[in-house]
Design a protein around this ligand. Sequence first.
Ligand code: GTP
Ligand code: MG
Length: 459
Amino acid sequence: MSHPSLHTPHEDTICALATAPGGALGLIRVSGPRALVAVSSICRNDMTAFPANTIHYTHIVNGGEVIDEVMVSIFRSPHSYTGEDSVEISCHGSRYIINNVLELLVQHGCRMAGPGEFTMRAYLNGKMDLSQAESVADLIASTNKATHQLAMLQLRGGFSSELSRLREQLLKLTSLLELELDFSDHEDLEFADRSELLSLTKEIDSRVISLAQSFEAGQVIKQGIPVAIVGKTNVGKSTLLNTLLKDDRAIVSNIHGTTRDTIEEAIDLNGVQFRFIDTAGIRQTQDEVEKIGIDRTLQKVKEARIVIWLLDQRPTSGEIDEMHALSEGKRTIYVHNKADLVDMDHFVPYIEPLSLISAKKGEGIDNLKRRIYEEAEQAGLTTNSSDIIVTNARHYDALLRAHDSIHRVLDGLDQHLSGDLLSEDLRQALSCLAEITGQGQITTNEVLGNIFKNFCVGK
Ligand SMILES: Nc1nc2c(ncn2[C@@H]2O[C@H](COP(=O)(O)OP(=O)(O)OP(=O)(O)O)[C@@H](O)[C@H]2O)c(=O)[nH]1
Ligand SMILES: [Mg+2]
């Protein structure tokens, strides 16, 4: 869609259904200078003089026909979501009613809103910055506590204030350099502050790097932390998946090599999404299809963040070495299954720590879940801390470019380049960070169009 001219006030008034069709109620949003006039024209009451932040009971009428009994909320500029005069109409969820109300609004001078247009107006009117506007879409898309928390932190400005701290530091650097320029004819002053400049630049760079690095964790959290369940054939991997899911998802049998392909299912543990992957049991085989399955298992181990090695008997020391080699660099949890068959009086753990479970009887599963969560926590993949985690590819890209520029400043300082050469790179770093929040510079229609095109209409 094409957005209206971005840097002029919005002359037109937009309307859209904000709720999903099919519910008991529908919420229709109207925003812009004619919002109150347009809604008044289709209601029994004239609302143009109604005070801000009030709700009114009224009827929508079309000619002589009463279309619906509705509640109407009045917001006045600048104290509304968009910053403009806005009205929200709560009507009944009927498609007929909703279409009728929207048609009437259009007849009275409103225009149907494009995707995200209300939020785009909120941004253009200074109600939120660009990264906060983007978090609105993430918030709507959030499916669990973790993704909700990430979006909420960003919406409430956690990331924005971190960026503005970084920008302040970059500006401080710039002014220190300018000071150096001003006094450049005093020779003894020229490099006096260079060590301070260097340490400040390094400090900024390491923060930018750690923000950029958090993107990977952000992606994992959004998509679900991959946990591969691996082991020899018949140890109970598919049984464990089914028990975790509380569902008969994977085929279980006492025939070795039952699972051929990988099976993936998401489970929420303490509000964090995990993707459990049941795999083909590892063994020597002549069966071509099974071989392909085992290759896939090894691939899944590589992709996993956490590996559950399932065993049902004491492995040989050669097998232990093999397990260590395969899961090297992964967070690995060793689990002995079929505890119901174990003589506990004589059981000696052969790897430390070793979790004991019975997948079939559901024993030890809560403990195992706790361990899985702890591993994710230690890997920084849970969001219980208030640490900023970057989740948006556009932000990640801008951070990488900011890092490049800052790196050039570091090199320049190293090579004793003059201040004016360095401040060019500093300005670039500043502008990359400003891109994220869309502040302090012109954000093009194309950029905004790309950001908001994926929003829902009505948001
Ligand atoms: N006694 C007992 N048997 C179990 C337990 N867990 C699984 N089994 C049995 O072990 C056999 C193999 O279980 P599966 O879940 O199919 O094993 P798998 O590791 O997926 O096997 P493959 O897909 O062949 O690699 C089945 O007969 C299960 O009922 C358990 O905790 N106790
Ligand atoms: Mg299986």
